[in-house]
Design a protein around this ligand. Sequence first.
Ligand SMILES: [Zn+2]
Length: 71
Amino acid sequence: MKFMVCPQCGILNFFIKNDKGERLNVKVTRELLIIPIDESKSLEGFDQSIVFCLGCSWYGNVNQLKKYSIS
Ligand SMILES: [Zn+2]
C-alpha cells in the first residue's frame, strides 16, 4: 500500500485530534483515506479535515498532500 508523505519533511506519520485534544496516530493512503496506525483504534470523534505531521510543524488537509512513498 502507498502512503502520502508530509510536504515539508517527507515522513508518513501524521496524527488527528478530537474535540478533547486527544491525538490519534494515522497514515494517509494514496487514495487520501485516513487510517489509524493502531488498527484497534477508531476514527470516531476525530476531526479528519486537518492532519498534523508527527515530524515537523506542518498541518493541513489531506488534499494538500501531493507526494507518496513508493516503499
Ligand atoms: Zn512533516
